[in-house]
Ligand binder design. Structure first.
Ligand SMILES: NC(=O)N[C@@H](CC(=O)O)C(=O)O
Ligand SMILES: [Zn+2]
Length: 423
């Protein structure tokens, strides 16, 4: 393969990549082509296969919203080669049996690499810890109850101790339920003008503050999902400065939108955490640029059209993200001069890999041949009807974007090629 390579670890270079048996075996200029199939993408950008550690695939139990087959097809189309699947499915992967059943479907149906999360508590009910050792043995990659916050400090401390024993990361959706009354949007200007129940900012930061102290007390590795407020950023920044092992992610929608962008009480703008204030959005961007927030994750959360046609209070939380993440951030942050192309690429490749010590997200000799090719010039309008995902629920329909993935390769195998692309 030949083209312009941008890798978080090595910067931009014009190089040839030789892939053999799923690995990158040689890199350099003018490698011999003899005996090899040549993929020439000279005017395109070659980056490491993208990594998204926050994806809802819905299977088992929610196949009307998404399946492992359709969700991973959407991932491949979005340039992602490794994704981590959230456990808020039915059943919840809270036992070795359910985890094995899940890994079997992944082995059979997935178009990209899928790392399944095990749940922290049984049925994600927050009452009883799962068996981390047994779950890890059957394939759990890390532990989370994403979709709900762990309400008890005692439960979280037990979870962290168990995770430390297994050298696994605790991944937390932070939301203190006692501070919310059936909220559906950020508690702020929009909730007041539309008379909708709000989700206050403090319900997120208060749990992060609790958890970083528990992480310090237990010595566990702790990761915060979808950070949405400036107060959360302050807590994470202070914790990092104190040497606590915490990392954090931010979604494209929280970087690009705020409550002022919600046009009406439209459930396509309903997600958890909600779109916060402009100050929060700006603080998130600054935190990502300065490394307080470590990496990007989509929180791809597909739902059916019927579900999203309900009113703002009844419709489920969540928007799809896999197929639009790179073009949205490239066009509306990189091309606007708000972040560099390197920061965008790192945010979806080397940075999540580093935070979770994964052997992906880099193009180096000896690395797995996960590669994504992007056309930075190609311009298209986001059209949910063209999504590979079953979930068409995006607030970004109609946005013009450049930077569309053209080719996605997982361990040396092409898993997605954009229609009409010559290689
Ligand atoms: N993010 C969302 O708005 N929804 C997620 C749950 C979650 O990640 O909290 C879902 O499963 O639909
Ligand atoms: Zn969540």
């Amino acid at each position: 393969m030949e083209g312009n390579v941008l890798d978080g670890n090595n910067g931009m270079q014009q190089v040839d990549l030789l892939m053999e048996e799923g690995m990158i075996t040689k890199m350099g200029t003018h490698l011999s082509r003899e005996g090899h199939e040549v993929i020439s993408v000279r005017n395109q950008l070659i980056i490491p296969g993208m990594v998204d550690l926050h994806v809802h695939l819905r299977e088992p139990g929610g196949e009307q919203k998404e399946t492992i087959a359709t969700g991973t097809k959407a991932a491949a189309k979005g340039g992602f080669t490794t994704i981590a699947a959230m456990p808020n499915t039915r059943p919840v992967p809270d036992s070795p049996l359910y985890m094995q059943q899940l890994t079997e479907v992944i082995a059979k149906d997935a178009h990209v690499r899928v790392l399944p999360y095990g749940s922290i508590t049984v049925r994600q009910a927050g009452k009883e810890l799962t068996n981390f050792q047994a779950l890890k043995k059957s394939g759990a990659f890390a532990f989370t109850d994403d979709g709900v916050g762990i309400q008890s400090a005692h439960m979280m401390l037990q979870a962290m101790k168990a995770a430390k024993e297994q050298e696994a990361v605790i991944v937390a959706h932070c939301e203190e339920n006692t501070l919310i009354q059936k909220g559906c949007v950020h508690e702020g200007t929009f909730s007041k003008t539309h008379d909708l129940p709000g989700i206050p900012s403090v319900c997120e930061a208060v749990q992060i503050a609790r958890d970083v102290l528990l992480a310090e007390a237990s010595g566990a590795r702790y990761h915060v999902c979808h950070v949405s407020t400036k107060e959360s950023i302050r807590v994470i920044k202070d914790a990092k400065a104190s040497g606590i092992a915490v990392t954090a992610e931010v979604t494209p929608h929280h970087l690009l939108l705020c409550e002022e962008d919600i046009p009406s009480a439209d459930p396509l703008f309903k997600m958890n955490p909600p779109l916060r204030s402009k100050e929060d959005r700006d603080a998130l961007l600054e935190a990502f640029k300065t490394g307080v927030i470590d990496f990007l994750a989509t929180d791809h959360a597909p739902h059916t059209e019927e579900e999203k046609q309900q009113d703002m209070t009844l419709a489920p939380f969540g928007i799809t993200g896999l197929e639009t993440a790179f073009p949205l951030l490239y066009t509306h942050l990189v091309l606007q001069g708000k972040i560099s192309l390197q920061q965008l690429v790192d945010g979806f490749t080397s940075s999540p890999a580093k935070a979770f010590q994964l052997p992906y997200g880099t193009l180096t000799i000896g690395a797995v041949a996960d590669v994504t090719v992007i056309d930075l010039q190609a311009e298209e309008t986001i059209d949910p009807t063209t999504f590979a995902s079953k979930g068409k629920n995006t607030p970004f329909a109609g946005w013009r974007c450049k930077g569309w993935p053209q080719l996605t390769i997982v361990a040396g195998t092409i898993v997605y090629k954009k229609e009409g692309v010559a290689i």
